[in-house]
Every structure is written in structure tokens, then in C-alpha cells.
Design a protein around this ligand. Structure first.
Ligand SMILES: Nc1ncnc2c1ncn2[C@@H]1O[C@H](COP(=O)(O)OP(=O)(O)OP(=O)(O)O)[C@@H](O)[C@H]1O
Ligand SMILES: [Mg+2]
Length: 595
């Protein structure tokens, strides 16, 4: 590890070797191709000293001994050598890339699968840009860095070794001089490549924030236009963009300085060897051919040695990218240790002493809440914005784990149920409707455990009062709705979400502001449909418009995560508390909007 100077850097707890061992594990299923690639590298490595070796008979044969037979053989040997080298090089590159692409594909798939089971909190704390960068840029980086590092270690390592052995064989004395100078060279080179890791890590983080800023601007393009946020967004993007450039330039500078430096150092080394070899006492009775062959071998040694000394930067780049991948892969998935199953729940729900906080340093959002909902009961949650209504609803499908207390479904702690089984019991229509870039029919049938008939989809759409507008679309139920449903109006989107929930037909229904985007008339219609839907199941309705919840069995008023009032609509009105006050406020406005 590189010692840190001024400011302490977060160093990884895992060693580089562990990381690479783990990465190599991904290549294991493809070991045959991998081995073939290594074999290609070794053959390639051996051709280098052979090339230098050709020089010896060429010079000695033609200029010294005038042996034309040997010289005539040379062109054939030379071409043959390049054919072998070319084939070996191809096998090496192709097979290694083949393995690399497989590993990238596997890693991506594994990361994506992991993401699908990541807890909601993971998405809250990691921006989508950052996660996307992991899945795209960082995976690519890991593959490139580790394949090039491997090539360098094996191919260049062996080339250098083969050349050294050849040099020793040619002239031990000269080779000894060279070996004496070699380590000094390597040491000087190592120093030049030291700064790499720091820059590389920061650049990867930058790329994440670059995507993040851009993505935010793309998603929020309407808000930006409406509020004239262009200047602010431009400035924000310019800042990250510029910082990325500056860092990249630092990395380029480090790289660019180290390359000529390495070459200079190596040239000096060769010069010293040549110079020393001419000195009295050190001079060996070496032939012209051997001497030239030796110098060529030294020259050929340069590029692989240079790459070997800069291997650290490749390794570091790979390590940082790999760390980021493994951070995702090692992050805990949603706890799903429950073993019990329910075919169809009755629908009794008990919140027992529930407290919840989104982060340890933030206050409690729900505080010691107790609430029992009978099977088949419809219950409305009312309260000011931020009082914890959505949170309470989100605890039921275990999107978040409460920090204290437990939730019982039919008297069973929901943690004892298999997660998939628990969620099967719930239909959810949330505040922000999420639709997929697919047809209307597929969006309504999304995630349904069995194949759904068109008639069932149509029935659900009819129940959600979506049939009229769907029929009016050019392709009806087969109309694609665009990315996240942008081609539909807010109210239309909401009706599709309700249709989806109707089709799911789960014993528990959660409607979190499910009709907020509808006009009063459409809401009235849906209200009727929802009434039928609610009849047979436990329903949790969250609504700001109190006119929509008059029919529910019980109203619970939340404030700062506590129940402050509960009872039927009539009881609460009679009580004259918060609910009655709120109702009064809205009632005064209602005639204007409802008319
Ligand atoms: N994912 C989250 N991470 C951190 N804090 C959150 C998160 N979601 C909600 N909160 C906080 O928890 C509190 C309760 O939020 P919640 O969404 O439950 O309110 P709500 O009653 O549904 O409000 P609204 O009527 O506006 O939808 C708020 O103070 C909010 O800032
Ligand atoms: Mg809410």
C-alpha cells in the first residue's frame, strides 16, 4: 500500500491479492480458454529471444565466416518466426478477451440480480447515477485492467525472463553488468508511477457524479425549464466536468512523465553496458554476431520491462474499480430469513410498538405506534405532510425494517414469512406511479404470477375506469406508453396503477394517494370501483382529500409518527379535534373545486 502523505485516504480493508483472487474466481469456469491464452503468451514470449538469436548467425555467417548457406536460411526462419509469433499473439489476445467478456457479462448479471434484491435503503443512499456507473464504467474498468495486468505479468514477465536467460547464455559477464544496473532502473521507474492510484480513484468517483448530475438534469428537464434552472444546472455540470478534466489531466501528466522517464533510464542502462563492455578487463572475447545479438536483446527487453514497471497503475485501477463492484455485491440483500408461507391471508394487521427512523442520526419518524386493523376493515390514514403515513405503509411490505417493534399479519410476525409470500398478499398503489416502457396490457399485468387473459386485463381496466381512454388510443391495450409512461397523463397513469392492483387481487390493499391526480369526476367513478374492491379485503387508504375517505370504517390521524385521534368519520367530526378542523378547512374549499 502506498503511504499517504498529507490527508488520510480511505484505504481498502481487503488486499489487492484477495481482490484479484476473487476476480480470478470469475474466470474459473472458463479455465480452458484462459489456459489457451496463457499458452499463447508463453509461445509469444519465447519468440523474442529467438528473434535476437537470429542476428548472431546472420552477422557471423555473412560478414565473418562468409557462410552463405546459413544466410540463405535466414529469411525463411525470420518469416516462420513471425508466423508463429502472430498465431501465438492472436490466440493470446482473442482467448483472454473472450474470457474477459464472459467475466464482464457474468459480473453485470450478478450485480443486476443483486440490485433487484437490494434493500430500499441502498437505493436511498446511493444515487442511481453512481449505481449505473458501477454497472457500466467500473465493470469495464475491472475487465480491462485485469486483462492488461495479466498480459503484462505473464507475457512481458516471460519475455523478459527469456531474454535475460538468452543474454546470460551469450555472455555471462555482460549479462552480470546488465543485471546489476537493472534493479536500479526498476526502482527509479517505480517512483514515477506512484501517484496513479489516488487520481484513478477520484476519477471514478467523478464519473459517478458526472452521470448523476446529467441524469438529474435529464429527469428534471421540465422543472428546469419552468423554474429557469438552466444557469444553475449548467454551472453544476461545468464544475464536475471541469474537475473531471483536471483530474484526468493529472493522470495523463503522471503517465506521460513516467513513459519518457522510463525510456531515458533504460537507455542510460544500455549505454552503461555498452560502455563497460569496451573497457579493458571487462572485455570478453565475444564475436560481432554475439555482441550485436546481445544489444538487440537488451533493446527488446525495454518495452516489456517498461510495461512491467507500470503494471502497478493497471493493478490499482483494477483494484479501485473492483472494490466498487464488490461494495455492491457485498452489500447485504433484503433479509429474507422467514420460512412460513400463507396461501391467502385473512388480512388482520397489527402494528405493535413500532418505532422507525430512516437513519441513526435522524429522529424517529414513527414513535411507539400501536395499531390493529381487523381483517376486511378499511382504514384511512390522515395527517399532515411528513407525519409518517407513507412510512407506515412502507413498513408492511418490508421496504424498510422498523428499528423497534413488530408487525403481525394474521398474528404472524411478518419477518417469519417468506418475503415473496408476504408481498404476494399486498397490492400497492403508491404516491408516484411507476410504469414500465411497455404496452398498456403488459403494464397492467406486470409481475402477475400466472399468464393473464386479455379479458381479465380488460376487466381490471374497466374497474379502474381506464377502459374508455385505453380504447381511444390508436392501438388500444397494445399501445406502448413510453419511458415511465410519459405518453400518458398523470390521471391515466394512476388509473393503470389501480388496474394493476385490481388485477393482482391481493387480500390487502394499500392506496397511498392513489387518486390524487384524478379530477373529481374520475375520482368519484373510481371511488365506486374502489369501494367494491375494498369490500372483500383489508385496505389502508392514505389521502389528503378527506372527501375521498368518508366511506372507510375507521380514520386514524397521525402526527409526528403518533396516533393522535381515531374513530369513524362521524365520531371524529363530533369530537371536534384535528380531523374536524381539517375537514372544515377542506369543506370550505370543496364547493369551488367540485362544482
Ligand atoms: N427514504 C427516506 N429516507 C429518509 N427519510 C425519509 C424517507 N422517506 C421519508 N422520510 C422522512 O420521514 C418523514 C415521514 O415521511 P412520510 O413519507 O412517511 O410522510 P407522509 O406522511 O407520507 O407525508 P406526505 O403526506 O407528504 O406523503 C418525513 O420527515 C421524511 O422527511
Ligand atoms: Mg406520503
Amino acid at each position: 500500500m502506498i503511504p499517504t502523505q498529507s490527508q488520510p485516504q480511505p484505504e481498502s480493508s481487503i488486499s489487492a491479492r484477495d481482490l484479484y483472487a476473487r476476480l480470478l474466481g470469475y474466470a474459473r469456469p472458463y479455465w480452458r480458454m484462459f489456459a489457451l491464452s496463457i499458452a499463447g503468451m508463453l509461445v509469444f514470449a519465447v519468440t523474442e529471444p529467438l528473434f535476437a538469436a537470429l542476428i548472431k548467425p546472420l552477422l557471423d555467417g555473412s560478414f565473418v565466416e562468409r557462410d552463405l548457406e546459413t544466410v540463405r536460411l535466414m529469411p525463411f526462419l525470420l518469416v516462420g518466426l513471425f508466423v508463429v509469433r502472430g498465431i501465438a499473439g492472436f490466440i493470446n489476445t482473442y482467448c483472454l478477451k473472450w474470457v474477459g467478456r464472459r467475466v464482464v457479462t457474468d459480473l453485470r448479471q450478478q450485480m443486476f440480480d443483486h440490485l433487484l434484491h437490494a434493500p430500499t435503503r441502498y437505493f436511498d443512499t446511493h444515487g442511481s447515477g453512481q449505481i449505473l456507473a458501477k454497472l457500466t464504467y467500473n465493470v469495464e474498468n475491472v475487465a480491462n485492467a485485469s486483462t492488461s495486468a495479466l498480459t503484462t505479468i505473464v507475457r512481458d514477465g516471460f519475455t523478459a525472463l527469456a531474454l535475460l536467460i538468452y543474454m546470460l547464455y551469450l555472455d555471462a559477464k555482460l549479462a552480470a553488468i546488465f543485471l546489476f544496473i537493472g534493479p536500479t532502473t526498476a526502482f527509479a521507474i517505480k517512483y514515477a508511477t506512484k501517484k496513479f492510484r489516488r487520481y484513478s480513484k477520484r476519477i471514478q468517483e467523478r464519473v459517478g457524479s458526472l452521470t448523476h448530475v446529467a441524469q438529474e438534469a435529464i429527469d428534471a428537464h421540465r422543472v428546469i425549464k419552468a423554474f429557469g434552472g438552466q444557469a444553475q444546472e449548467r454551472e453544476q455540470f461545468r464544475a464536475v466536468n471541469e474537475k473531471t478534466r483536471a483530474l484526468q489531466m493529472k493522470m495523463v501528466a503522471t503517465e506521460a512523465v513516467s513513459v519518457p522517464l522510463v525510456q531515458l533510464i533504460s537507455a542510460i542502462a544500455i549505454g552503461i553496458v555498452v560502455y563497460l563492455s569496451t573497457m579493458q578487463g571487462l572485455r570478453s572475447d565475444i564475436t560481432v554476431g554475439s555482441f550485436m545479438s546481445f544489444v538487440v536483446a537488451m533493446g527488446l527487453l525495454l518495452p516489456p520491462v517498461k510495461r512491467l514497471t507500470s503494471i502497478n497503475s493497471h493493478l490499482q485501477r483494477g483494484i479501485i474499480a473492483a472494490e466498487s463492484l464488490f461494495e455492491l455485491l457485498d452489500s447485504p440483500t433484503e433479509p429474507d430469513t422467514g420460512t412460513r408461507t400463507l396461501t391467502r391471508a385473512q388480512g388482520r394487521i397489527d402494528y405493535v410498538d413500532i418505532s422507525h427512523s430512516y437513519a441513526a442520526d435522524k429522529g424517529l419518524v414513527i414513535e411507539g405506534l400501536n395499531l390493529s386493523i381487523a381483517a376486511g376493515e378499511s382504514l384511512a390514514l390522515v395527517g399532515r405532510s411528513g407525519s409518517g403515513k407513507s412510512t407506515l405503509a412502507n413498513l408492511l411490505p418490508r421496504f424498510y425494517e422498523p428499528c423497534a417493534g413488530c408487525i403481525l399479519l394474521d398474528g404472524i410476525d411478518i419477518r417469519e414469512l417468506r418475503l415473496a409470500c408476504l408481498r404476494e398478499q399486498l397490492s400497492l398503489v403508491t404516491q408516484d406511479v411507476v410504469l414500465f416502457n411497455d404496452t398498456i396490457a403488459n403494464n397492467i399485468a406486470y409481475g402477475h404470477p400466472r399468464a393473464v387473459t386479455r379479458a381479465e386485463i380488460e376487466a381490471a381496466a374497466a374497474g379502474a375506469h381506464a377502459l374508455a381512454f385505453i380504447r381511444a388510443l390508436p392501438q388500444g391495450f397494445d399501445t406502448p406508453i413510453g419511458d415511465r409512461g410519459v405518453l400518458l397523463s398523470g390521471g391515466q397513469r394512476q388509473r393503470l396503477a389501480i388496474a394493476r392492483a385490481m388485477l393482482k387481487d391481493a387480500p390487502i390493499l394499500i392506496l397511498d394517494e392513489a387518486t390524487s391526480a384524478l379530477d373529481t369526476e374520475a375520482e368519484r367513478h373510481i371511488q365506486a370501483a374502489l369501494q367494491t374492491l375494498m369490500r372483500a379485503r383489508t385496505t389502508l387508504v392514505i389521502a389528503h382529500r378527506l372527501s375521498t375517505i368518508e366511506q372507510v370504517d375507521r380514520v386514524v390521524v397521525l402526527d409526528q409518527g403518533r396516533v393522535i385521534e381515531q374513530g369513524s368519520h362521524a365520531e371524529l367530526l363530533a369530537q371536534g379535534g384535528y380531523y374536524a378542523h381539517l375537514r372544515q378547512l377542506q369543506f370550505n374549499q370543496t364547493p369551488a373545486t367540485a362544482a
